[in-house]
Design a protein around this ligand. Structure first.
Ligand code: ADP
Ligand code: GN1
Ligand code: MG
Length: 371
């Protein structure tokens, strides 16, 4: 079984779902690094175009699409009930899985690729950078609230869709293994980045040790809280719908906070090559911290609040380690569109880690204000 470029399966896959109206076409969509995402246009007889998101789940990232979709179905149905009970708009504020015609929770193509469909959440925008502090704060409120909404979700029913996903110690061990194997002969050219990561070995244990010591609790968390994983209302700029639920699993609240800071608390692209443009914006850090805690509505403990800067630093360090590992292994995990892109991504992350270290006392003082 060899899985090929997603486009070649489209006729078979489009036929497997009942979109409620004739399909006009499907084209690639969005800037996610993991799944193959398409937007499907349909033309109902009596209404304007209705759109859907069609995704082939990454086989490199997700070994058990059945378990993944069981999580997503459970989580979206639970969120739907919570949203309705609060008087919200269920179809706008939570994803809904559209089952294929065969009644399965997702469709499996002739080569084993796993596909799912969600209605497109219209009148929203998906941002790649935080254009204003207000917008970034709105995303923080949305992710904080998401975690609060899932506070009562039966965590023991969730599958671990990617084992040891935010196990930073394990991520460093995998980097070491990739350096030792150096199967493409790339390690010599990124010695500085490898040394940067190795010098922070003790840091990689800080959050995990706090978890082991019982200082930080496990919660149901999103685990991939990039700004482009929340859809914002195109008129008000408020967060509408949290998407990309592939990694909803038990995890640390500080990691959800931290991954947002990693991606959004700066003014550059994740793969920016001019590192002078990549700088932590402490004002954005504060705007997000305040809003995330507001959204979480008092659910975070004083210890979690104290560890928020660690969440930011560790998610950024870990992500840099992951990009570097993938670069050394031949770019098999994160989608790339040019040579060296994963190394460039690693460099932006490590630049931000350095900035966080330089501003460490300031970040601590900010979060203490909200304890
Ligand atoms: P990946 O894991 O590859 O990042 P995502 O699930 O985040 O995949 O989807 C990729 C992009 O597709 C998102 O960043 C967003 O732009 C868009 N998208 C995904 N789901 C929806 C939806 N239901 N409505 C509108 N846009 C969506
Ligand atoms: C991936 O799926 P996407 O593009 O939202 C990755 C995250 C990384 C991020 C880096 C399942 O997020 O963990 O932080 O890229 N998702 C997965 O941009 O590995
Ligand atoms: Mg995404």
């Amino acid at each position: 079984m060899s899985i090929q470029k997603a486009e070649i399966y489209l006729p078979e896959v489009l036929d497997a779902f009942d979109f409620g109206a004739p399909v006009v076409g499907a084209i690639r969509f969005g800037q996610g690094h993991i799944n193959d995402t398409f937007v499907v246009h349909t033309q109902p007889e009596d209404a304007s175009c209705r759109r859907f998101i069609l995704q082939r789940m990454s086989a490199a990232a997700f070994k058990r699409p059945d378990q993944l979709m069981e999580n997503i179905t459970g989580v979206t149905e639970y969120l739907g009930r919570e949203i309705l009970s609060r008087g919200g708009d269920r179809d706008r504020e939570a994803l809904r899985v559209l089952q294929p015609k065969n009644g399965e929770p997702y469709y499996t193509d002739r080569d084993g690729g796993a596909w799912r469909v969600y209605p497109f959440v219209e009148d929203t925008v998906c941002c790649q950078t935080a254009e204003t502090p207000e917008l970034f704060a709105a995303s923080g409120r949305a992710f904080g609230q998401f975690q609060k909404l899932l506070g009562g979700y039966p965590a023991q029913t969730l599958h671990e869709t990617i084992p040891r996903f935010h196990d930073t110690e394990d991520r460093l061990a995998k980097l070491k293994a990739a350096v030792a194997a150096d199967k493409l002969g790339r390690a010599g050219a990124c010695r500085a980045e490898i040394d940067f990561a190795l010098a922070r070995e003790a840091d990689c244990s800080v959050a995990l040790q706090a978890l082991r010591d019982g200082k930080l609790p496990l919660r149901v968390t999103h685990n991939d809280t990039k700004l482009n994983n929340v859809l914002m209302d195109k008129t008000t700029g408020e967060g509408v719908c949290i998407i990309d639920l592939d990694t909803v699993m038990p995890g640390l609240a500080i990691n959800d906070f931290g991954d947002s800071i990693r991606f959004g608390a700066n003014h550059s692209a994740e793969d920016e090559r001019d590192l002078s443009k990549v700088n932590l914006d402490v004002g954005l850090f504060e705007a997000y911290a305040k809003a995330f805690l507001e959204g979480a509505g008092g659910t975070l403990t004083p210890a979690e609040i104290e560890y928020l800067p660690w969440g930011a630093k560790l998610m950024t360090l870990e992500c840099g380690i992951r990009f570097l590992t993938d670069y050394l292994e031949g770019d098999t995990y994160f989608h790339t569109s040019r040579e060296g892109q994963n190394l460039d991504r690693c460099r932006t992350q490590f630049k931000l880690v350095g900035d966080m270290e330089a501003h460490w006392d300031e970040l601590g003082a900010i979060v203490r204000k909200y304890q």
